[in-house]
Design a protein around this ligand. Structure first.
Ligand SMILES: Nc1nc2c(ncn2[C@@H]2O[C@H](COP(=O)(O)OP(=O)(O)OP(=O)(O)O)[C@@H](O)[C@H]2O)c(=O)[nH]1
Ligand SMILES: [Mg+2]
Length: 447
């Protein structure tokens, strides 16, 4: 985790590495400022979520405070008096870090650290750290690295401020001209290094993405329909993919368990194959930088034929989470796609009134459980219905003795051409998806 002392001694390349968990558990004070009474409930829920995010990093939450400010101040976000109180509280609790849920500008972060003499971070930095710890594939690592470097670039002064301050002694006051020069020089060097690393990262990502594009083209050639599972983090997306396909994607009660996409092939009840992709979960205030960085991964959702939106039936904030997912999808340009909404974790709902209430809010949603398997048939049927309208161009090689299938194609599809070979009939046709599923065995592989 980001600990002031640790960051200060790191040279630039190391700064972006995933830091090892410290020996002693770090202690955090969490803060969320809100400015209007009507924001209070949302602010409280965001603060609780921040607590979960911080715990995900193995940091102990000592206290969480929710101060209301009359107006937004430039220096600390809140007024100077309130900031001083918070800093004092953090010191009294012997905290290592203050986590402020509201986004902090680089200058505000510096002011806070000067005031509290502690590491002060915001929600974005917490999420970036979680992503950094979870990224396993090359693409995910590069994406996180890029986002972290872009986040750190305007904050480099924060890292080397100690060189400027050292001359002035304890408390960070004063500082001689020589010492200030050292800090500034170091920042210049770092800035150049960081910009070089950002360029390198972008180049490497481009190469990885080219490969992904080629794989996608291969998939498109096969013309198998494709669904993406989307939703708020921890809703049960990976669990759903696992139960549908027998995949073994890590499904854990933690935020952002999944950062890499996994695609599996399943068969719908009508025999038609379907590719299903598990995706990164969303969260409120997901840093825009991360959405940008993960666009390639999240593109799976944009390019899918339809989406399966997983909602956790147990969360009291289901409507907010639903709205957040729709917002992120819109930002990605995936709105307007057919969506099947599922209410997951219904095995945990003991009060039938709750389900009835949810059914009123989400009338088209299918209740499921990715643990017991309840509702999977209904979900698969719904997938088949979504695909039923779709038509695809297919090329078949049908043995002469199955001429009945050619008749079927003439009746139920639009036949474009028919060629007779010694033993086979070659047919090109535009075929509705369910029929395509039945004739899959006769498709000629793409040349
Ligand atoms: N009881 C119950 N638990 C579930 C169900 N679906 C998922 N879970 C649990 O919920 C937690 C989160 O599940 P995941 O499948 O990892 O959720 P996810 O949406 O992939 O989460 P991220 O990858 O973090 O975005 C895990 O502990 C699962 O075991 C369900 O239907 N019933
Ligand atoms: Mg997952």
């Amino acid at each position: 985790m980001i600990c002031k002392g640790a960051v200060l001694v790191l040279s630039l390349p190391r700064m972006f590495e995933v830091r090892e968990k410290p020996q002693a558990v770090e202690r955090a004070l969490l803060v969320r400022f809100y400015f209007d009474v009507c924001e209070a409930i949302e602010a409280e829920s965001l603060l609780m979520e921040l607590g979960e995010l911080v715990k995900t990093l193995g940091i102990e939450v000592v206290e969480a405070v929710l101060p209301r400010c009359r107006e937004m101040h430039k220096k600390f976000l809140c007024g100077t008096g309130k900031a001083a109180e918070i800093a004092e509280l953090a010191r009294a609790h012997e905290c290592d870090v203050i986590v402020i849920d509201n986004g902090l500008a680089p200058s505000q972060q510096r002011e806070w650290e000067k005031l509290a003499d502690l590491c002060v971070i915001d929600r974005e930095e917490v999420i970036l750290d979680i992503f950094a710890k979870r990224a396993h594939t090359k693409e995910a690592r590069l994406q996180v690295e890029l986002a972290r470097m872009q986040y750190a670039l305007p904050r480099l002064t924060r890292m080397w401020g100690h060189l400027d301050r050292e001359g002035g002694g304890a408390g960070g006051q004063g500082g001689g001209t020589a010492a200030r020069g050292m800090g500034e020089k170091q920042i210049e060097v770092d800035r150049r290094l960081a910009n070089m690393s950002i360029d390198r990262c972008k180049r490497e990502l481009e190469a990885v993405r080219k490969q992904r594009k080629t794989q996608r083209k291969e998939r498109e050639k096969l013309e198998t329909p494709h669904a993406a599972i989307v939703g708020y983090t921890n809703a049960g997306k990976s669990s759903l993919l696992n139960i549908l396909s027998g995949a073994d994607v890590m499904a854990k009660d933690m935020l952002f368990a999944t950062l890499d996409t996994t695609t599996r092939r399943i068969a719908l009840p009508d025999g038609q194959p379907l590719l299903i992709t598990d995706t990164v979960g969303f969260v409120r205030d997901l840093p825009h930088r991360l959405i940008e960085a993960f666009k390639a991964t999240l593109e799976e959702a944009v390019l899918a034929d339809f989406l399966i939106h997983v909602l956790d039936a147990m969360t009291p904030e289901i409507e907010r989470f639903h709205a957040t997912t729709l917002e992120v999808l819109k930002e990605l340009g995936a709105e307007g796609k057919p969506v099947i909404t599922v209410l997951n974790k219904t095995d945990l709902v003991t009060d039938p009134g709750v389900l009835a209430g949810l059914a009123r809010i989400f009338p088209a949603a299918i209740p499921i459980s990715s643990v017991t398997g309840h509702g999977m048939d209904a979900l698969l049927n719904a997938c088949a219905v979504v695909l039923a309208d779709r038509v695809r161009r297919k090329d078949y090689r049908i043995p002469q003795q199955r001429a009945d299938l050619v008749g079927l194609l003439h009746r139920e599809a639009k036949v474009l051409s028919t060629d007779y070979e010694e033993n086979d009939i070659l047919v090109s046709a535009v075929v509705p998806a369910p029929l395509a599923g039945r004739l899959e065995a006769f498709v000629t592989p793409p040349s």
